[in-house]
Ligand binder design. Structure first.
Ligand SMILES: Cc1cc2nc3c(=O)[nH]c(=O)nc-3n(C[C@H](O)[C@H](O)[C@H](O)COP(=O)(O)OP(=O)(O)OC[C@H]3O[C@@H](n4cnc5c(N)ncnc54)[C@H](O)[C@@H]3O)c2cc1C
Length: 501
């Protein structure tokens, strides 16, 4: 590639989580050899939610060279070991989606095959009882996974809860140290090249014009470049994911800080509880066709604990994705690219994946179509995979106490999801792709938690008769119960290693 072809100027439009995550990683990976300008508007602001994450965020921060405790200290961070789903399978039933694995696979077989055989023989312990993350979570304990591969506590994983605004600020400081230029101002005009339709420049309200070779659209729901300028369509997924409105409010803590997110199903959606070190993030996600705004607000306010610290804030959204994410010399990252409701906390992860994919397929000035095509294909697969996993939570409910849940239970779901449900319901087998975000243990947690259980034990288990299953299963459980007693509480862990500054 000649020096003339090389990208010299990158313009990032938007300074929410997507914008600053992109700026930080590009500055790091491009070793500050490319000019990066990030434009954000204080007058417009950011969406201001996005506080729960999944384990790969640790890899992202590590790649940036960020120290975990320093980050938690500055971002009001706490630990997340998984999600407690309450009232989802039916009213008054709970299950836990833990990070990391269930017990341990043995005799070259998935642990779940043994669990299912044991269940068929009359054992009634749910699968979560064999997850070390759940033992930690239900006791409000935390310590880092054991480095001893033989320990049952080496197999759990964790992520974080944090203040998304503080995280953006943290990455802003990181990026500015690496020569990213921050430009405040509202973009009022975008120019494209007449001969190829590439974006040429953006113009601010002040009249200042900023040119670039590659434009990253991190402008949030407004999708200023990918939609308003280039006209790339949005594909709507509301047929399967009905929720389209959220109301968010922060409250004070009244109890111990849980090392997990709570998702509590309500009449026409669900509510989140995300504990940070100094406050609780609460919100409702619901479908406006089934509950009006005031009723949803009342349902939220009457069910939160603690004192309200902020005014409740209403956020309307559409669930779906862009037809393509990379178009000409523009790559959409964050809410401009698409949105999947926050049930499994996957949005920041999709941002992380988009950034890493952009770096893998980093273009020259021509932005070859074949490159963009591959990027788009892989991103579509990723969105569809996550979409299907989220739909499963709604489809698999046995709730029939509201019109919303009756619709969910009876809706037709995408073929890939229906196949997965049918496959698992037969012998407990699962179709997992190496690239998938949600692996075997994730599917197991939600399927069994929602009471979708295999009708039969996996036939291979007929050849595994020599294992004393009651003794083995009991020893896993007892070992977890015993170990967790000696571990520190989540709060004492935070106080010791990363108290909020
Ligand atoms: C209710 C809800 C709950 C969520 N919870 C989670 C969660 O728990 N976990 C998770 O991973 N994700 C969650 N998300 C998603 C998460 O909030 C977003 O994916 C993330 O914050 C990224 O947002 P963004 O940076 O794309 O957009 P924004 O934060 O909206 O940022 C857009 C930026 O573009 C700028 N901008 C826009 N137009 C212009 C213009 N004309 N000129 C200049 N600047 C402009 C704005 O000023 C802003 O800086 C949630 C989302 C919602 C709606």
């Amino acid at each position: 590639m000649s020096a003339i072809d090389q990208i010299n100027n990158i313009v990032i439009v938007g300074g929410g989580s997507a914008g600053w995550m992109t700026a930080a990683m590009l500055a790091k990976q491009l070793e500050s050899k490319v000019n990066i300008t990030l434009i954000e508007s204080d007058a417009i602001g950011t969406i201001g939610v996005g506080e729960a994450t999944i384990p790969p965020i640790k890899v992202f921060n590590r790649m940036l060279g960020i120290d975990e405790n320093d980050f938690l200290k500055h971002c009001n961070g706490s630990i997340k070991l998984g999600i407690s789903f309450e009232n989802w399978p039916q009213q008054h039933h709970q299950y836990f989606h833990p990070f990391g694995r269930f017990a341990v696979d043995f005799d070259y077989m998935p642990f779940a095959y043994f669990w299912n055989k044991h269940r068929e023989a009359g054992n009634n312990k749910p699968l979560q009882d064999y997850a070390s993350a759940w033992h930690l979570a239900k006791n409000n304990k935390f310590s880092l996974p054991s480095p001893d591969a033989k320990s049952l506590f080496s197999g759990f994983d964790y992520a974080y809860h944090f203040d998304a605004g503080l995280y953006a600020n943290y990455l802003k400081a990181y990026s500015q140290k690496r020569n990213v230029t921050r430009q405040e101002g509202k973009i009022t005009h975008v120019d494209t090249h007449p001969h190829n339709g590439f974006i040429a420049s953006v113009t601010l309200e002040s009249g200042q014009q900023i040119t670039g070779d590659l434009f990253i659209d991190c402008s949030g729901i407004s999708a200023l470049l990918i939609d308003k300028t280039l006209g790339v369509k949005f594909i709507d997924w509301s047929e399967h994911l009905l929720c389209n409105r959220a109301i968010a409010v922060q409250t004070s803590h009244t109890k111990a800080i849980n090392p997990y997110t709570r998702s509590i199903a309500k009449s026409s959606g669900w509510q989140w509880r995300i504990p940070l070190q100094t406050r609780m993030g609460n919100g409702t996600v619901h479908c406006s066709n089934f509950i009006d705004e005031q009723a949803a607000m009342d349902e939220l306010i009457t069910s939160v604990d603690g004192e309200l610290l902020t005014e409740p804030r209403v956020i309307n959204f559409n669930v779906g994705r862009r037809e393509s994410f990379w178009h000409k010399n523009c790559v959409a990252i964050g809410l401009s690219a698409g949105f999947l409701e926050p049930l499994e906390s996957t949005s920041l992860h999709l941002i992380q994946r988009a950034i890493m994919r952009l770096i893998s397929y980093f273009p020259n000035k021509q932005c070859d179509e074949i490159n963009a095509k591959l990027y788009n294909q892989q991103t579509i697969e990723e969105y569809e995979h996550i979409r299907n996993f989220i739909i499963l939570h709604y489809k698999a409910t046995k709730r029939d106490d509201s019109e919303f849940w009756r619709y969910c239970q009876n809706m037709t779901v995408p073929d890939a999801l229906q196949n997965q449900i049918d496959l698992f319901s037969t012998h407990g087998h699962l179709d997992i792709n190496a690239k998938d975000l949600f692996k075997q243990d994730n599917w197991l947690a939600v399927l069994t938690g929602q009471n979708i259980l295999p009708k039969h034990v996996a036939p291979i288990m007929a050849f595994k008769q020599q294992i004393d299953l009651p003794r083995t299963m009991n020893s896993f459980y007892e070992m977890m119960e015993k170990t967790v007693k000696n571990l520190p509480s989540h709060e004492s862990y935070l106080k010791k290693h990363c108290p909020f500054k």
